[in-house]
Design a protein around this ligand. Structure first.
Ligand SMILES: Nc1ncnc2c1ncn2[C@@H]1O[C@H](COP(=O)(O)OP(=O)(O)OP(=O)(O)O)[C@@H](O)[C@H]1O
Ligand SMILES: [Mg+2]
Length: 619
């Protein structure tokens, strides 16, 4: 079996294996610090008040000793009566303070946690918007979404909670250990050593947690892809009865997550009884040794009771520490995945002193352009072409020949691998990316309509266009008649991806969006999918209006479009094979264009002729 090697060091591919930095705690924390920094003030106040919040248990345990020795086990006296009232009241008073502090603590923790999460998510989304086209080619939508949605939340939200837990339980545990030491250092030594040993089972799970979290996050990504395909491809799924297939994919994914979850649970669940077992050995030793100390007169009963209370209370934070370790490990996994996102680098870079371009004065030139998507598989080969300002260049050729690819190089969706593209003699890579894209309007082969109104979708071309300009493009794009039939007119909401529009209507909305941009260069990738004759004609009119007085690159699939073009470039397997006017190209005996014309366009010509004949007869 042939093994397909992944492309080495592809900086845009999100790795599904464990992020390599998961164990580099220091590195990760140092990189994380800037995200915490803006909220550091509140975070520190929060951490500071976490400290007294952790002390309650120790104070209660500590209070047992004087209560036993000075009240319960003491002879009657006024002092004894005073203690009998004072100690319980002190505990209540302390609890009230505690309550206020804990409330503030929870509030502040949530505030900072949300703020840090938002910050990380905003940065991640910003990153997502800057990544170039190839990133979206090489990563599935599910992988991208789950990576950008889930990981920043896990990483940012767990850490503060965990720091708080460590601080509260840490300070609480230290205080409890002090109570132990105060009551009997010998007994404390036995207790603390055994209790510490109880953490070992939890600590041993580190690697396992890392692997499982990573794997289940990866499967979650695949699951999202499946959901997206179910939404986007629902018609195909229904038409081809693919429900069963989709269900099986989903079923496998969800069961895989279950298995991963259970394999972790098996170990995590085992850790808890192991800890309890070790702790109870400690407890047994303490009981036996404590009894011995009381008998020899080394310890009072009050001290022993206080000691036991503190020891029992110590078990909980110790056990929590196990959970905390798990959560922190997950935090580091997510954090390293987040930084992997931040390290993704768009390949389309802007030069430092990039020039602004405001329009075209002379020509667009392709000079020896070479391009490949996959290494050593050239898609555009030594391509040379000059398109003068105001000229309409039709690009025709075989399917998969590289027409779309060629025009995608102009707005720098991809950069050329060799040669250059120049506007007025300047390499397009010398212009700022926004200004370069600003002088182009593009109508794609399949156009994306956003969920929202038709007005919003058109105005995306130029948000500050006036109402009159909007009206004008609606007319030029031949949308007026259709829009007049809608109850809400331009403010009619079209579904996600424009599902409530017909193919022709979607195209015309996209044409209107391009028109309102009023840019010098128009790039038009005609849809290959055939429309019915009537909408074909109307879309054609809209296209004609769009191309008027512009420098146009039009990938033509319609006869009428090439007829309107000034020149025609024929591309075959990434090479420019013929260039000229329709008449010139038709002269070439056995030429590529002549062949294409006879195969593809002549039929259209016949059809159009028949139609006009029919309509004439009808009249
Ligand atoms: N994102 C991509 N990643 C890898 N290969 C691609 C990508 N896009 C296109 N290709 C490949 O590049 C070649 C040229 O594709 P392109 O879309 O430019 O053809 P085209 O001439 O526009 O075809 P059509 O007339 O069918 O639209 C094809 O072999 C295609 O498989
Ligand atoms: Mg194409």
């Amino acid at each position: 079996m042939e093994i397909i090697e992944p492309q080495q060091d592809d900086k845009l591919v999100l790795k599904q294996t464990q992020a390599s930095t998961s164990f580099q705690y220091k590195y990760l924390l140092v990189r994380f610090f800037p995200f915490l920094k803006p909220f550091l003030g509140r975070a520190i106040i929060n951490f500071a008040i976490s400290l007294p919040a952790g002390l309650l248990d120790a104070v209660t345990a500590f209070a047992i000793q004087p209560y036993m020795d000075k009240v319960i086990n003491a002879p009657a006296s006024p002092q004894r009566d005073l203690y009998a009232i004072l100690i319980p009241f002190a505990i209540i008073a302390f609890a009230i303070v505690q309550g206020v502090v804990k409330y503030l603590n929870v509030y502040l923790t949530n505030w900072t946690m949300k703020k840090v999460t938002n910050y990380v998510q905003k940065k991640a989304y910003e990153k997502l918007l800057t990544l170039n086209t190839r990133f979206y080619d090489v990563n599935s939508s599910g992988t991208i979404i789950s990576r950008f949605l889930t990981d920043p939340i896990i990483s940012a939200s767990t850490i503060l909670d965990q720091i708080k837990t460590i601080l509260t339980t840490g300070i609480g545990s230290i205080a409890l250990v002090c109570v132990l030491l105060y009551n009997s250092w010998k007994l404390a030594l036995v207790g603390v050593v055994v209790m510490s040993a109880a953490i070992i089972p939890a600590a041993m799970l580190r690697k396992r947690i890392l692997r499982t979290s990573n794997a289940s996050l990866a499967v979650t990504g695949d699951m999202s892809t499946n959901y997206f395909e179910t939404c986007g491809g629902n018609r195909t799924i229904t038409a081809y009865n693919l429900g069963g297939r989709q269900y099986r994919i989903f079923d496998n994914q969800i069961e895989e997550i279950f298995d991963l979850h259970m394999s972790l649970t098996k170990r995590v669940a085992l850790a808890s009884p192991s800890m309890f077992f070790i702790a109870s050995i400690g407890f047994a030793i303490v009981l036996w040794y404590g009894n011995h100390l009381i008998l020899t007169g080394d310890m009072t009963i009050g001290k022993f009771a206080s000691f036991l209370a503190a020891l029992i209370m110590l078990y909980k934070p110790m056990k929590n520490l196990g959970d905390t370790l798990t959560a922190i490990q997950q935090f580091f996994v997510s954090l390293s995945r987040v930084f992997e996102l931040f390290d993704l680098e768009s390949e389309i870079k802007e030069k430092e002193n990039a020039k602004e371009i405001t329009g075209i004065n002379d020509a667009v030139t392709f000079e020896n352009v070479n391009f490949e998507y996959v290494k050593n598989i050239p898609v555009i080969k030594n391509f040379n072409l000059t398109v003068k300002k105001g000229e309409t260049m039709a690009i025709v050729g075989n399917s998969g020949g590289g027409k779309t690819t060629l025009v995608n190089l102009l707005p720098r969706f991809y950069d050329v691998k060799g040669g250059s593209i120049k506007i007025d003699g300047t390499d397009i890579r010398d212009f700022s990316i926004n200004s370069l894209r600003g002088i182009m309007s593009i109508v794609f082969q399949d156009n994306f309509i956003f969920a929202g109104t038709i007005r919003e979708n058109i105005l995306m071309g130029r948000p500050d266009a006036t109402e009159d300009e909007l009206k004008a493009v609606v007319q030029s794009a031949h949308l007026e008649e259709f829009i007049n039939t809608l109850p809400d007119g331009l403010d009619t909401v079209v579904g996600e991806r424009g599902t409530s529009l017909s193919g022709g209507q979607r195209q015309r909305v996209a044409i209107a969006r391009a028109m309102i941009r009023q840019s010098d260069i128009v790039i038009l990738d005609e849809a290959t999918s055939a429309l019915d004759n009537e909408s074909e004609a109307i879309v054609q009119k809209a296209i004609d209006n769009l191309m008027k007085d512009k420098t146009v690159f039009v990938i033509a699939h319609r006869l009428s479009t090439i007829q309107n073009a000034d020149r025609i470039a024929v591309i075959n397997e990434g090479e420019l094979v013929e260039l000229g006017t329709h008449e010139e190209l038709m002269q070439i005996e056995g030429g590529e264009y002549k062949h294409l014309y006879e195969m593809q366009f002549k039929q259209q010509e016949k059809k159009t002729a028949e139609q006009s004949e029919q309509s004439e007869q009808a009249e």
